[in-house]
Design a protein around this ligand. Structure first.
Ligand SMILES: O=C[C@H](O)[C@H](O)COP(=O)(O)O
Ligand SMILES: C=C(OP(=O)(O)O)C(=O)O
Length: 444
């Protein structure tokens, strides 16, 4: 498989791409990235494909989550640890309550670029280019900050490398050891209903681990977890310069992350993003919104996974709570009838965004859960496997989504709204969600 050149990709249309004012600076950033070492190894990508094949067969569940938009300032030990911790806790709840292996994938170490609905943003009569993520321009509402700067692509690489380095240390060096289930909960949600519920699960796991040790199981088995990175493959220059030929197999891999996905706004069949991702060998995802027809989904599967390899392709549906029960069944039915191998995953965030009266972009926790319930209901009625969750969340006590056990209301959004793009579930809301989804999963 060959890799198309950047020029060939650009000729297919630069959908959702920045317009860089300084072509020489862009060339120099791309040259720098082309010489940079891989962030992940092709063999790790293949391992994830294997795990996602188990999801496709209905033998495992995918938990994919993290920030809507990572920021360069957010690359701190606390921030990365908190995100990892909440994902580990959610995975424990899902695995324990539903007795299903959970494949853990972070929306991190590369989620720095955002597609936008509008190219511009207007505040108090002043119109500037929209913020497109730290990988592109600055969040400050000034003309200087909003100019796309290609040096940010190099910063994105460095921030991703630092994040991944820390994640690898946490997941292999003892922090993620299953015997730490209680420690992940300290200073956290012990006082909340979800926290107390979690403590109960943690105690049961503790007892099970003690029992297994008593009968001779190797404690090192619990010492590390497999954790993978993912982000939207949005910026063509970045993803292209990190696409390399694997020396073992001679196949191209995008070594910027283990898994990459194509967004709802860039999934044109003849577009540059689909073309590039059709050539790489990583596991890939595609977001499918409510306007997707079954023919669209089948054509995408044909192009992106012509050999119909299980684990290669994940469809991440994001219909919205109001539309999923009507829209999803036809899609699933026809894809199933065609014998297409795909993992079905629910993104209950992107179809449920609205603007609160205070002006904040938000989502109702109940809508998020309702969409997941709709997703499970549809799959149950069709005999297909509801393969996973794709969630925007944070390990911090933010107030960005309304509802949940903490009863965050629209007035409370201002207390701690930190997302630079879309609203994320807080750590408590995330844990609450994992209990509710574990129950759905148990029934599935
Ligand atoms: O995260 C997804 C998109 O980037 C985001 O929903 C777009 O938001 P916008 O409609 O404010 O541009
Ligand atoms: C932009 C995103 O989602 P979508 O493409 O589904 O709108 C996202 O997941 O960040």
């Amino acid at each position: 498989m060959t890799i198309p050149s950047l020029e060939e990709l650009n000729a297919l249309g630069r959908v959702q791409q920045p317009t860089y004012p300084d072509a020489a600076a862009l060339d120099s950033a791309v040259a720098r990235l082309r010489n940079s070492p891989p962030l992940v190894f092709a063999g790790e990508c293949d391992d994830l494909t294997e795990k996602l094949a188990a999801v496709t067969r209905g033998e495992a569940f995918l938990l994919q989550g993290g920030d809507c938009a990572e920021t360069f300032d957010g690359v701190t030990a606390d921030n990365v640890r908190n995100k990892l911790r909440v994902l580990l806790q959610m995975a424990v709840v899902l695995t324990y309550a539903a007795s299903v292996p959970v494949v853990k994938v972070g929306r991190l170490a590369g989620q720095y670029a955002k597609p936008r609905s509008s190219d511009t943003e207007t505040r108090d009569g002043v119109t500037l280019p929209a913020f497109r993520g730290d990988a592109v321009n600055g969040f400050d509402f000034t003309p200087e900050a909003r100019i796309p700067d290609p040096q940010r692509l190099v910063e994105m690489y460095n921030a991703s490398a630092a994040t991944l380095n820390l994640v690898r240390a946490f997941t292999t060096g003892g922090y993620a050891d299953l015997r730490q289930v209680h420690a992940w909960n300290t200073d956290f949600v012990r006082d909340s209903v979800a926290g107390l519920r979690y403590e109960k699960v943690a105690s049961e796991i503790d007892r099970a681990l003690t029992f297994m040790q008593a009968i001779g199981a190797d404690p090192d088995e619990f010492h590390r977890v497999d954790f993978y990175s993912s982000h939207e493959a949005l910026l063509l220059e970045y993803e292209h310069s990190l696409t390399r030929i694997d020396s073992r197999t001679d196949k191209p891999y995008d070594v910027s992350a283990h898994m990459v996905w194509i967004g709802e706004r860039t999934r044109q069949l003849d577009g540059a993003h689909v073309e590039l991702l059709s050539r790489i060998s990583n596991p890939i995802g595609v977001k499918l919104g409510p306007t997707t027809t079954a023919d669209d989904a089948l054509a995408l599967a044909d192009k992106l996974n012509p050999d119909n390899i299980p684990g290669r392709l994940t469809f991440i549906t994001r219909f919205g709570a109001q539309k999923i029960r009507d829209g999803l069944p036809t899609l699933v039915e026809k894809v199933k009838a065609a014998g297409t191998q795909v993992a079905w995953v629910c993104d209950p965030m992107h179809g449920n965004t609205f603007e609160a009266s205070s002006g904040y972009k938000t989502r109702r926790f109940d809508d998020v859960i309702d969409e997941v319930q709709g997703f499970f209901d549809v799959h149950r009625s069709l005999g297909t496997w509801p393969g996973g969750l794709h969630v925007e969340l944070t390990g911090d006590d933010v107030t960005e989504c309304v509802g949940g056990g903490e009863l965050i209301d629209e007035a409370g959004l201002a207390n701690r709204y930190e997302s630079v793009c879309d609203p994320r579930l807080s750590r408590v809301q995330s844990l609450e969600m994992s209990f509710l989804v574990a129950e759905m999963l148990r029934k599935a």
